[in-house]
Design a protein around this ligand. Sequence first.
Ligand code: ZN
Length: 413
Amino acid sequence: MTPGDLILRNGTALLGDELRDEAFGSLVVRDGVITEVTSGHVPADGATELQLNGAFVLPGLIDCHVHFDLAAHPAPFRHWDRTPFVRSMTCFHNGLLALRAGITSVRDLGSVDRMTLNYAEQVNSGDLLGPRVVAAGRPITMTGGHCADYGRIADGPDDVRLAVRQQLAAGAGVVKLMATGGISSPGNPGAPQLGVAELAAGVEEAHNAGVLVAAHAHAPQGIANAIEAGVDTIEHAAFADDANHQQMIAAGVTLVPTVTALNPIADGIGIPVATVAKSLKARETYRANTAKAIAAGVRIAAGTDAGTAFNPIGGLLDELMMYVAGGMSTTEALRAATVTAGGLVRRAGDDGRVGVVAVGACADLLVTERDPRADLEVLRRPSRVVVGGRPVDLGWVGCTLDEITPVLIEPVS
Ligand SMILES: [Zn+2]
């Protein structure tokens, strides 16, 4: 054992893909990886010891759709116009918000530049405290497409191929392609955008590099195009039809709903009028279609689109509550944010699986006093958080958040 190693004592682990409970005497972490879960007493031998007194140990939560350099302002993308100092502080701040909420891994699905790629490099190297981050760099969109003011505009398969290569060369761990319009940008959110040939060229480049592809897609034709092109995840799917759900199942595609993103949208709180109108029109359909996807048996990984208007990083539990309201059991909802999501945030250099408590898995762990399968609310503030085998000082996190939050408030203009 070395001083960087960790032993959790006398808890109940939610083990494996099924999150089955098992009491343990020692849960041993070496070099950031779980090496043993046993009823016996493994000698500390220099490792840090944490006494759990019967508390529950579960995998750290995973938010599969965030924007870490946004700050949940009413017109969220304006934050990309702020100074590099404020934007980098925003990433650090969001990382701490995530850890406090028990989120130990995120996929960042699009920034205006390399900010979140740089942040990911810092935290993934262990130099900066934050969750594991798999980041897309710039989202790839057609001329006039969703987020065209901020993304990498690409038209035609060759240009999409080049755009993907550019993101990969800059360090992207996931690729984001826009297959339909959006709710937060002008135009019809249901309109197909990048076509099958363009999407397929992007998928081929990403997969050649061992990188997964996330497609923003709201409506039937764009969703079908993205699945035909071979993407790995569909983001949102507000207007998906039953055929889309069957296509997802047949192709083994994972859905990341982000259905909570529209919950806080309302008139008169500074959100652009067009966004409010589109959001309110879509909201009930979006919720109903997410419930239909759950009922159909589509594989779902949890994501929030956090960073968008009044949707701060850390709201993952609210998304899980929406899945439960839509028909999932609490255990299935927990799996959506752990075991199922884990396959989407694995990095090239990871030694083990992510999102599961098992021997050989990365030691991203939460401790809760009660069984989260019985009441997900205990996840709102886990009593302990371990990321990559490193226990997080949650008191320090809270104080630091208090210190730096004022820096991120929008100046009055
Ligand atoms: Zn998004």
